[in-house]
Design a protein around this ligand. Sequence first.
Ligand code: BG6
Length: 473
Amino acid sequence: MHDSLLLFGATGDLAQRYLFPSLVHLLRDRLLPAQFRVIAIARSEHDDESFRAWLRERLCEDYDPAALDELLRRVQYVSVDLADADSMAVALSKFADRPSVSYLSTPPNLFASACRGLKAAGLLEAPSRLVLEKPIGHDLASAQEIDATLKAALDESRIFRIDHYLGKAPVQNLLALRLGNTLLEATWERRWIESVDIIVAETAGVDGREGYYADYGALRDMVQNHMLQLLALIAMEPPAAMDTNSIREEKRKVLRALRPMTAATADVDSVRGRYVTGVVDGQAAKGFDHRGHEDVETFVGLRAWIDNWRWAGVPFRLVTGKRMPSRTTEVVITFKPVTHWLFGADERRRARANQLRVRLQPEETIELGLMGSLAASEWSANELQPMSLDLAMLPPKRRIAYERLMIDALKGDQTLFVRDDEVEAAWRWIDSVSAAWREAGTPVHDYPAGSWGPAEAQPFLPRTLTTTAGRKP
Ligand code: BG6
């Protein structure tokens, strides 16, 4: 396990909210090597002491004080400008004394120059590794350009592209549920499944990230990575083995099979929205300030089609939005109706398709909707009613997704990281969507903060959202 972590973007939001807290937890649980050190790197002027004080102020609440002290003891700070590869080399070469993991938690336009600086500092020599935060580029062309620079410095086996959704335990459970259960694996295909819904709704807004968001929007911020990774895990063929490349290869095949969107299908298969002033959780919420970037969505609904044998004709609806009524991340698999209906007309009206609903956030639940007659009076065994098998789990205390991913990067396990060809396949499809929007002039509809998106989004929302997760507007 490598024991030297260089954290670029150390004063950024992600580092404060997740990366340093993850390290505190890992130190508390004695999961890091004895000689573990963190080199925190950012542009701001700090020395070790002032950075430690700055970090302590940000982390003081909620953390085990002994573990926090230990993290601060192990942190050193270096101020560098990532756009200047030469000065990076001078400032950082002393840390090439042992194999390291360099973690770029920075905007993607800095990846190429940072990589050149790291190379010049000797920090990318084997067996050192490089971790990159999403987004990798802005489209296929820029992603390929970044990749070419990375490959000039180190090979794919040492490049770790993070998608933090892959580090979430309930996301891994999607694979366990599907591949560990005959009932599910046997019916996991177009003959039995009517549709698949993947929803990532957030109550949070763009808040403070307007600049980044103006360039990316919900399509590039959420769909290109997290949602397509969920789709790939749900739709992939069972891998021959649960090893890194077998899984990544199957995910890549699914992403390559996504049917490109065209201007002709954009109207039917997509909807875009942008929140305006409204109320979320009883609090007034301001609208997204879109002056200067009118063509940016904070909500997107997509109907994706996977053109392969298993999924032909099954719509995968992907919906994500900011400032929704409740935080809800879930996958809903809706099965086809039974082949032949033997019961009465009233029962038929009450009939509900079998549905597997896997809630990933904020709580983890699994619900299976079935039909049965137990609720009926004793003489009317044929009176079918919808019933729900409900598995609400009291999980062990969950780790931040980044804890798992940092350990894996330090150990060199790439299973939960995204391979170069997966990123390219995802961008290829996303580029087809944005080109289709451009050509078709797909509008961005307003929706009040605290609602389930614009009225035009209704056909993209599963009915389950309107029940336990909150109300439709
Ligand atoms: C990030 C996006 O990758 O994921 C954010 O940039 C989003 O816009 C976040 O809020 C959602 O992650 P989670 O783990 O809170 O569902």
